[in-house]
Design a protein around this ligand. Structure first.
Ligand code: SF4
Length: 418
């Protein structure tokens, strides 16, 4: 079907590093002990400082005692778009997805190795002050967020709202309350709602309830692409509660209850899986009726993987392109070919068609639940959530000609013979 070969044997990049992140290199360090006086948000609860409106991380001497469903955290991009923070984002005027994180003084109870919100960070940072996907997350009263979006009306920049559940005993109930606070005042057909779920605490009835209460899409953050990686970064190895099988169980409920085109998964590329393994799970999700929302691994400061290399750009561009072809261009993983390091050597598409997909640039934009532009353009643009602006991994805007030229250099495809 195709005649494109990209690589032969594994090769080092110019600085001697490999052009992919292998499993053995990407081992997290073990979590340290948390002193008793810092466990479960003890500092915040002991001080009991009452919250007063918006809380900007690291802005107060003592983090206030804020708790969902009254409070949620919003991304820096969303806070700027809501007018709650000043500042500008490189080449973006706003974000199109209002990402909300449930928040508690005791924080997320999981301990995922790549995550800035993980429990082991209790030792050095109160929950509301922790960085997550490279940025701060201000805490805001939920009622204030709804007030602002209601006031913005048709002028709002948001194409979608997303509730991220984190892992907490109250998060199932609080997600429903936050969803109701939204749908009571904002028509979900104007701004649809996605749920970024926490399968560990959920059962089938929870998924049904979310659908009944007006959620439009249901997503599962697997993050790790293989069972071994999942265990090593999210399971018992790091004192975490998550299990691969449970995630697939809830994903199965979601496929049945929400249906085709209304489910998705989050995956982080470059944590030690091969490109073949990553694109195999992308295919599995596609065959279930969903799409993969993919991030490039970035060593989050303070996480158990902050000493490890970010995903090399060539690995990232290959899986980004492969994901897009599977999700939106009818290519199957079994049409592709891989070398003995699992890297893509053939994308399974005639060269001229592949060139057209690369030129269009959409494959290299941030992936996520769709907004109001096109099915393959994500509302969730997460500006610079997986890279600095100086070397963009996921483009939060349409790449221009110069961007596409850089992407082409990073993909390093062989020249076509004249
Ligand atoms: S469950 Fe989610 S928020 Fe909690 S530590 Fe894991 S990745 Fe981070």
């Amino acid at each position: 079907m195709s005649c494109l070969e990209t690589h032969g044997t594994p090769r080092p990049t110019g600085d001697g590093a490999l052009d992919f992140n292998p499993f053995d290199t990407m081992a997290p360090r073990a979590p340290g002990e948390v002193p008793a006086e810092a466990k479960n948000g003890a500092r915040v609860k002991a001080e009991g400082v009452a919250p007063r409106g918006v809380y900007l991380p690291n802005d107060n001497i003592q983090t206030p005692n804020m708790r969902s469903p009254d409070y949620v955290q919003v991304s820096t991009a969303a806070a700027i778009s809501l007018g709650l923070m000043g500042g500008k984002m490189h080449r973006c005027s706003c974000t199109h997805c209002l990402n909300l994180l449930l928040t508690y003084p005791e924080g997320c109870r999981a301990n995922c190795a790549y995550c800035g919100l993980a429990r082991h960070r209790e030792a050095d940072r109160d929950y509301a002050d922790r960085n997550f996907i490279r940025v701060d997350w201000p805490a805001v009263p939920m009622a204030e967020i709804v007030d602002i979006v209601k006031r913005q009306g048709k002028k709002t920049s948001f194409h979608r709202m997303c509730i991220s559940m984190i892992t907490h005993p109250n998060s199932d109930a609080d997600t429903l309350t936050v969803l109701k606070t939204w749908t009571d005042r904002i028509d979900p057909s104007d701004i649809p709602v996605s749920i970024l779920s926490n399968p560990t605490t959920m059962n089938r009835a929870d998924v049904v309830r979310l659908k009944e209460m007006g959620a439009d899409m249901f997503t599962v953050a697997f993050d790790a692409a293989t069972p071994e990686l999942f265990e090593r970064t999210r399971g018992k190895t790091v004192d975490g509660p998550h299990r691969w099988e449970k995630y697939w169980e809830v994903m199965g409920h979601a496929a049945e209850i929400f249906g085709p085109e209304k489910i998705g998964v989050h995956l982080i590329a470059g944590m030690g899986e091969t490109e073949a393994e990553m694109l195999t799970i992308v295919q599995k999700v596609k065959d279930m009726g969903g799409h993969s929302h993919m991030f490039s691994f970035f060593p989050e400061s303070g996480s158990l993987m902050d000493h490890l290399p970010a995903t090399p750009r060539d690995q990232w561009r290959r899986v980004q392109l492969g994901r897009y072809l599977i999700d939106y261009r009818g290519v199957r993983v079994d049409h592709m070919r891989f070398d003995d390091s699992g890297r893509v050597v053939d994308f399974g598409l005639p060269r001229a068609e592949l060139e057209g997909v690369i030129d269009a640039g959409i494959a290299f934009r941030t992936s996520g639940c769709p907004g109001k532009v096109a099915e393959d353009v994500s509302a969730c643009d997460r500006p610079y959530g997986d890279s600095p602006p100086s070397n963009i991994a996921s483009f939060p805007f349409q790449p221009n000609k110069r961007d596409v030229a850089k992407i082409r250099r990073q993909l390093n495809l062989p020249k076509v013979e004249a």
